[in-house]
Design a protein around this ligand. Structure first.
Ligand code: HEM
Length: 210
């Protein structure tokens, strides 16, 4: 691993067609989430092994094993905790990211360590903030899939492929539900803090694994 980094965050508006959809419909909640996490995403992108030039298949598997340790408790907290997700939220479709990661590992992930400080949302607004982090990762994943899949073949890269052709519709659906359910200043602040905590714990957990 190592080598010159080539992070893409500053150039992201040119990378995916979803940008156009997002830009035309920015709710107050989305604006706050973006504002609150922009610096954290940029730091994550800059430090990510995924954007490192020498990144290879064994680096990918090590990365995936570590991400499982964060994603598994996060998905448990988001989707097995009786949070009142609206019926149109597509929670079942969204709660499969640990599954993608485990499939990438191609083996038994039961013994992998779990992040003991994975965020635990205490309200639907906090859950939306944390889900923003997880759902947004599929946007970066789509970009990284295109970039890395030729080099890392024959690894399937389920985590980066994510929702595949459904990435745009599912992101758009997430933004629509977010706009409907995270409305008051209190809710928006709770979602933004929760999203920050999501990024911070993710970065800390990955950093501790290096
Ligand atoms: C090196 C790794 C990463 C790269 C290169 C990357 C890249 C990107 C790109 C290109 C977008 C914008 C897509 C668009 O505008 O249509 C994006 C959005 C986003 N990414 Fe990442 N990403 C990375 C890792 C992550 C991770 C690990 C997370 C979460 C843990 C994450 C969370 C987000 C979020 C929340 C958004 C949505 C921002 C918004 O439009 O409101 N990203 N990322």
């Amino acid at each position: 691993m190592g080598g010159r980094r080539s992070g893409c965050y500053p150039r992201r508006p040119h990378l995916l067609p979803e940008s156009a959809i997002i830009a035309s419909d920015t709710s107050p909640a989305l604006a706050a989430l973006r504002q609150a996490t922009r610096d954290l995403h940029a730091a994550l992108d800059a430090a990510s092994p995924l954007t490192s030039e020498g990144f290879d298949g064994s680096d990918y598997l090590a990365y995936v094993a570590r991400v499982i340790g964060w994603m598994r408790p996060v998905e448990r907290h988001l989707y097995q905790a009786s949070l009142p997700w609206p019926s149109g939220f597509a929670a079942l479709a969204r709660a499969q990211k640990t599954g993608w990661l485990v499939a990438d590992l191609g083996g038994d992930a039961a013994a992998l360590p779990e992040c003991p400080y994975a965020p635990m949302p205490a309200s639907l607004a906090e859950a939306y903030g944390l889900a923003y982090v997880c759902e947004g990762a599929t946007l970066g994943g789509a970009y990284l899939y295109k970039r890395l899949s030729p080099r890392l073949a024959p690894l399937p890269l389920h985590w980066l492929y994510g929702y595949g052709a459904q990435t745009g519709p599912l992101w758009k659906g997430f933004l629509a539900r977010l706009a409907e359910d995270v409305i008051t200043p209190h809710q928006i602040e709770a979602a933004a803090s929760s999203a920050r905590l999501g990024f911070q714990t993710f970065e800390r957990w990955l950093g501790e694994g290096r």
